[in-house]
Design a protein around this ligand. Structure first.
Ligand SMILES: [Zn+2]
Ligand SMILES: [Zn+2]
Length: 263
C-alpha cells in the first residue's frame, strides 16, 4: 500500500491510500476543490477513487463528502448507519446507492485490501476508525478519540504504519484562548488525545513491524509540530523504545499533502 496524508488538523482531515487494485480516501474534511488539488500534488485524481470511508460526522471530516459524491458518481461512501443519518443534513442529497453501511467492529474486503472498523471514544454519534491490511502490511488510523482503550490497542498493535492523533499540548490548551467548556470538551474522555497521551498510546502500540508514524489532527491553536514530535519522542525514549526499533515519526500538515509513502 501507498499512503499520503493529504490534510490533517482540527480544521480538515483527508487521507489517501492505494493498493495495486484499489484507491481509497478516508474522510473528506476539506472542500471538494481542495481535495482535488491535494490529490493533484501527488499525481492522483478523484475520478480514479472508488471508496471513501467516513469516520464520523464532524465537519473537519465530512466537509467535501456531498460535493465529491455528486461530482463523482462512481464514489461509494462507507460509514455506519448512525453516522450517515447525522451527516445527511450537512452533506445534501446523495443517491442512496452510493452509500454502503459499515458498522463498527466489522471487516470488509475491497479488492486486495481488508478494512477493519473499530469504535472510538469521541463526542460524535457513532465514531469509528479503520485499519487497512494488504499483503501482510497494515496501516491504522486513529484520531478523534479521548482515550485509547485496551481493546483498541489490542486491535491495532504492531501495525506497520500509523496515523495517530497528537491534538494538543495540555499547557497550551489550558492557558489558551478557548472558552472553558470547549477546553473541557477537548480534555475529556470523549475529546482528543494530547501529545502526552499520544506518546503513551504509541508506547503500547509500537512493535517490531512499526516503521512509520504520522502524528496528526494537530490543533493549530494549541499545539506546534515541533512540540508534538518532541513530546512523543521523549516518552518513547523514556519507555526504552528508541533502541531496537527503527520507526520514524513523521509530520502532517493542515494543507500540504505528505509524499506518497510505502506502508
Ligand atoms: Zn476531527
Ligand atoms: Zn471529531
Amino acid at each position: 500500500m501507498l499512503v499520503s496524508v493529504l490534510a490533517s488538523s482540527s480544521k480538515g482531515n483527508v487521507t489517501y491510500i492505494e493498493s495495486s487494485q484499489t484507491k481509497i480516501l478516508i474522510d473528506a474534511g476539506l472542500s471538494g476543490k481542495k481535495i482535488e488539488k491535494g490529490l493533484a500534488t501527488i499525481n492522483r485524481k478523484m475520478s480514479d477513487i472508488k471508496y471513501l470511508f467516513v469516520t464520523h460526522e464532524h465537519s473537519d471530516h465530512i466537509r467535501g463528502v456531498g460535493v465529491l459524491a455528486r461530482r463523482y458518481p462512481q464514489l461509494l461512501i462507507y460509514a455506519n448507519l448512525k453516522t450517515f443519518q447525522m451527516m445527511k443534513s450537512k452533506i445534501g442529497i446523495i443517491p442512496p446507492e452510493q452509500f454502503v453501511d459499515f458498522e463498527p467492529g466489522t471487516t470488509m474486503t475491497i479488492g486486495d485490501v481488508d478494512v477493519e472498523s473499530f469504535g472510538v471514544s469521541h463526542d460524535a454519534i457513532c465514531p469509528q476508525f479503520y485499519q487497512f491490511h494488504c499483503n501482510n502490511k497494515s496501516f491504522a488510523l486513529l484520531t478523534d478519540t479521548g482515550y485509547v482503550s485496551d481493546k483498541i490497542k489490542y486491535k491495532i498493535r504492531n501495525a506497520n504504519m500509523y496515523l495517530l492523533e497528537s491534538n494538543h499540548d495540555v499547557e497550551m490548551l489550558r492557558s489558551g484562548m478557548y472558552p472553558w467548556n470547549l477546553k473541557q470538551r477537548i480534555l475529556s474522555d470523549q475529546g482528543h488525545l494530547s501529545n502526552d497521551e499520544s506518546g503513551e498510546a504509541l508506547s503500547d502500540l509500537i512493535g517490531l513491524n512499526t516503521k512509520k508514524i504520522f502524528l496528526g489532527h494537530l490543533s493549530q491553536e494549541n499545539n506546534l509540530k515541533s512540540l508534538a514530535k518532541l513530546t512523543v519522542s521523549n516518552i518513547l525514549t523514556e519507555d526504552g523504545l528508541a533502541t531496537g526499533h527503527d520507526f520514524k515519526i513523521l509530520e502532517t500538515d493542515p494543507i500540504v499533502p505528505t509524499k506518497l509513502m510505502k506502508v
